[in-house]
Design a protein around this ligand. Structure first.
Ligand SMILES: *[C@@H]1O[C@H](CO)[C@@H](O)[C@H](O)[C@H]1NC(C)=O
Length: 287
């Protein structure tokens, strides 16, 4: 009796440990990059908050560099009047001809929607903005924001719904991020000169500090160390169906089209005035 209940208890503890360890600990995975105490790791590394006041914002970045991966973060954005604030969550390499994959959340006055701004830089070239409103209030609860980055495509998703796909079109002469390792970054900062309603609405510092919360970071990724990328610890990377080869199935494409039709507010590929010499080559094939 005693020994069997012990073994059940032991098994339960072991399972609980395994489940928890699939979610990363903020203390182990990240370094605070700026903010002088405004970035705080809480609950034994399970949660992290960033805050912004009139004097400074705050930020963090992953200790690891990755070359390809699938990363998830749950974020709850600054509630109430978040005008002028920008919360970022992105991958970026170092140096001048850098690669970058961006989620940026532009705050708004109370009751008006956040704008989710996305961009992709390859070899230092960006200018690939797509912007969205969300189909929920991102300040009321945590939602999962994901970046799938493999050699064929980059997919941005919100709660598992793809909102944007950037395909590898090197065959058409378009650079694709695939040679430079990137870190995960996040920050909360003041951009009230441009962020909200084109910069017309400024931050209301009487409401500060503004706070955004992060949890449940998960990276299934190839870690870059001393010049090589190691996917060895990622079982799904080596099998044919894993994220390293993942593409959008027809149901996912349908859901992405639903987002584009109902929630996309800006698409550089539709901005002919901006590109009088013709739309960028990668726009030929995108919806
Ligand atoms: C803020 O709200 C206005 C009015 O609804 C909207 O046009 C705009 O896209 C929203 N987002 C930002 C960042 O201004």
């Amino acid at each position: 009796m005693a020994s069997s209940s012990f073994s059940i208890l032991f098994t339960t503890i072991l399972l609980a440990t395994l489940v928890v360890s699939t979610l990363a600990n903020f203390d182990n995975e990240f370094d605070i990059t700026f903010g002088d105490g405004r970035a705080r790791v809480l609950n034994n590394g399970q949660d992290l908050t960033l805050s912004l006041d009139k004097y400074s914002g705050s930020g963090f970045r992953s200790k690891n560099e990755y070359l390809f991966g699938k990363i998830d973060m749950q974020i709850k954005l600054v509630p109430g009047n978040s005008a002028g604030s920008v919360t970022t969550y992105y991958l970026s390499s170092m140096g001048s001809a850098h690669d970058e994959i961006d989620f940026e959340f532009l705050g708004n006055v109370t009751g008006q929607p956040y704008t989710l701004h996305t961009n992709v830089f390859a070899q230092g070239k960006g200018n690939r903005e797509q912007q969205f409103h969300l189909w929920f209030d991102p300040t009321e609860d945590f939602h999962t924001y994901s970046i799938l980055w493999n050699p064929q495509r980059i997919v941005f998703s919100v709660d598992g719904i793809p909102i944007r796909e950037f395909k590898n079109m090197e065959s058409k002469g378009v650079s694709f991020p695939k040679d430079q390792p990137m870190r995960v970054y996040s920050s909360l900062w003041n951009a009230d000169d441009w962020a909200t309603q084109g910069g017309r609405v400024k931050a209301d510092w009487s409401q500060a500090p503004f706070t955004a919360s992060f949890k449940a970071y998960k990276a299934e990724a190839c870690v870059w160390a001393s010049g090589t990328s190691s996917c060895g610890s990622v079982p799904s990377a080596t099998s044919g169906s894993g994220w390293l080869n993942q593409e959008l199935d027809s149901a996912s494409v349908e859901r992405m089209n639903w987002v584009h039709k109902n929630y996309m507010i800006y698409n550089y590929c539709a901005d002919v005035q901006r590109f009088p010499q013709g739309l960028p080559a990668e726009c030929a094939n995108t919806s």
